[in-house]
Design a protein around this ligand. Structure first.
Ligand code: IPM
Ligand code: MG
Length: 358
């Protein structure tokens, strides 16, 4: 059976890193049909919209999306609906990609890259399960209005709405509990239940969902404390489940614990395991087109694509082993380069991974 994969390179370093990941996918001997379409600022420039209808159609009709990165400071002054970020938000919403898996793994070969003490982070391997289509990100109403009463009556006021429906909490709960079952069977749900009604509701539903997973130990933590514990003792976490906004912040923090955000993949899945796969890092416009970027996060995202959307776990393992092998060989792009290792370009790193595929 042919699998259709939409390749959406996007902006900045997006095209160079997706090119390497697509080469790796293409070398596995699988029956894949890859089709490329513009997204983000590149799509705005070419078609006047960050997520043109043809790109959205391609994404909808594919088993999986290999996504590069979007964004460039030159689009910052555009009205919000035309900004590159709207492409990623639009894809998440249109495809119902509610489950965002963001692993933070510290590769032993890169142990010096973290700004934390080696003993605090060595062997770090945590998974953040972030809800991705609800919360204050998409809640209505939102906007700017006139304050109707109270001390600021008559002034303009910016506002957003935080809410979670029961189904939204339960379904991300199931994803997280099932991920925990495959790992250490420990799940920490992060919320702000001491202040927010939405969070208290989230916590109640998580506790209820836990009854279906008696083998998993569920704990709860307030988000401010979680932010502290992540830098104090990150290895005490295994799987974290949290809402869209808290997950946005904590997943960047977790990524930085590893010191090598250029290595971290992510997956965003819907109920039918259709998924969008992208590196955790951004579009890095300052180094775009220079063949300097680290393609490994995108190559590892392609591995997640094989595992979650194409059910090709063995092929995913193959890619992950190849990435380990190139790190073992001492090859490093500029972002992870240190004395005693060999500095290589984006394309040379891609070549090395291809060669290391066994
Ligand atoms: C992310 C990004 C996005 C988000 C932006 C680009 C809309 O920060 O994927 O974490 O906030 O979700
Ligand atoms: Mg973010």
């Amino acid at each position: 059976m042919t699998h259709k994969i939409a390749v959406l390179p996007g902006d900045g370093i997006g095209p160079e890193i997706t090119e390497q990941a697509a080469r790796v996918l293409g070398a596995l001997g699988l029956d894949l049909e890859m089709e490329t379409a513009p997204v983000g600022g590149a799509a705005y420039d070419a078609h006047g919209h960050p997520l043109p209808p043809a790109t959205l159609d391609l994404a909808k009709n594919s088993s999986a999306i290999l996504f590069g990165a979007v964004g460039d400071w030159k689009y910052d002054s555009l009205p919000r609906e035309f900004r590159p970020e709207q492409a990623i938000l639009g894809l998440r919403k249109a495809l119902g990609l509610f489950a965002n898996l963001r692993p933070a793994i510290l590769y032993p070969q890169l142990a010096n890259a973290s700004s934390l003490k080696p003993e605090v982070v060595s062997g770090l391997d945590i998974l953040i399960v972030r809800e991705l289509t609800g919360d204050i990100y998409f809640g209505q109403p939102r906007g700017v209005r006139e304050v109707a009463e109270g001390s600021f009556k008559g002034e303009r006021q910016g506002f957003d709405t935080m809410h979670y429906a029961e189904t939204e909490v339960r379904r991300i709960g199931h994803v997280a509990f099932q991920a925990a079952q495959k790992r250490s069977k420990r799940l920490c749900s992060v919320d702000k239940a001491n202040v927010l009604e939405t969070s208290q509701f989230w916590r109640d539903i998580m506790i209820d969902t836990a009854r279906e997973y008696p083998d998993v130990e569920l704990t709860h933590m307030y988000v401010d404390n979680a932010a502290m514990q992540l830098v104090r003792a990150p290895k005490e976490f295994d799987v974290i489940v949290t809402g869209n906004l808290f997950g946005d912040i904590l997943s960047d923090e977790a990524a930085m614990l590893t010191g090598s955000i250029g290595m971290l993949p992510s997956a965003s899945l819907n109920a039918s395991n259709q998924g969008l796969y992208e590196p955790s890092h951004g579009s890095a416009p300052d180094i775009a087109g220079k063949n300097l970027a680290n393609p490994l996060a995108t190559i590892l995202s392609a591995a997640m694509l094989l595992r979650y959307s194409l059910n090709e776990a063995a092929q995913a393992d193959r890619i992950e082993r190849a990435v380990q092998a190139v790190l073992e060989q001492g090859l490093r792009t500029a972002d992870i380069h240190e004395a005693g290792t060999k500095l290589v370009s984006t394309s040379a790193m891609g070549d090395a991974v291809l060669k290391a595929l066994k």
